[in-house]
Design a protein around this ligand. Structure first.
Ligand code: 5GP
Ligand code: MG
Length: 181
């Protein structure tokens, strides 16, 4: 199994690049089918930093007129969630009456996504759905429906394809999981 070391931790390949791309392809097909006849110009709202690779792959496969924008949140330090979500770059777009699709790298406890949902609903969008590259159903604690997960995974800490361990590993083309030693 291919391994990488980032700072003090070792990781092994868990989801190869081809599998990630196939899952994103399948998710894009679902979103295309659901939004084709909805009208308006939906806004894909990427959550930085982790979602940058996922949103760039996903958007290339979207076949209806759309816009893309970003917000920046932070809640993780090292390998565990701090539980407090900090908004580093807030919403700059007018979303009133528009269809919004939040694009996350991973939904774990759901704290980040709940924070975003609560702040966005106040701006009266026509609809909001959540697309996430990875979903950990085993640690999810919120009630918002995660309508568009590309892949579901167990509760391991993972890196790669945008996801980091203390800012390292975002550039990896495969997804790696931490090796218990
Ligand atoms: P939540 O608020 O759902 O607990 O976690 C959301 C954020 O924590 C994600 O957007 C991501 O940035 C980070 N996160 C959650 N699980 C993991 C993981 O396994 N690996 C990495 N690198 N980040 C994670
Ligand atoms: Mg994130």
């Amino acid at each position: 199994m291919q391994r990488v070391t980032l700072d003090d931790k070792t990781f092994e390949v868990s989801i190869p690049n081809a599998e990630i791309l196939a899952a994103i392809d399948a998710l894009a097909a679902r979103i295309n089918a659901d939004y084709r006849d909805r009208g308006g110009v939906p806004l894909f709202l990427g959550v930085l930093n982790g979602a940058f690779m996922f949103i760039s792959e996903l958007l290339q496969k979207i076949n209806f007129p759309c816009e893309v924008s970003f917000v920046k949140l932070s809640s993780y330090h090292g390998t565990s969630s701090t539980g407090t979500v900090t908004e580093l770059i807030g919403l700059k777009d007018n979303i009133k009456g528009r269809h919004v699709i939040i694009v996350e790298d991973i939904v774990d406890t759901g704290e980040s996504v709940a924070h975003l949902m609560n702040s966005l609903t106040g701006h009266q969008p026509a609809s909001i759905e959540i697309a996430t590259m990875l979903f950990k159903p085993g640690s999810y604690r919120k009630d918002f429906n995660i309508k568009y997960p590309a892949m579901e995974i167990p509760n391991d800490f993972i890196v790669g394809f945008g996801l980091d361990y203390d800012q390292l590993g975002r550039n990896l083309r495969d997804i790696y999981k931490i090796v218990d030693e």
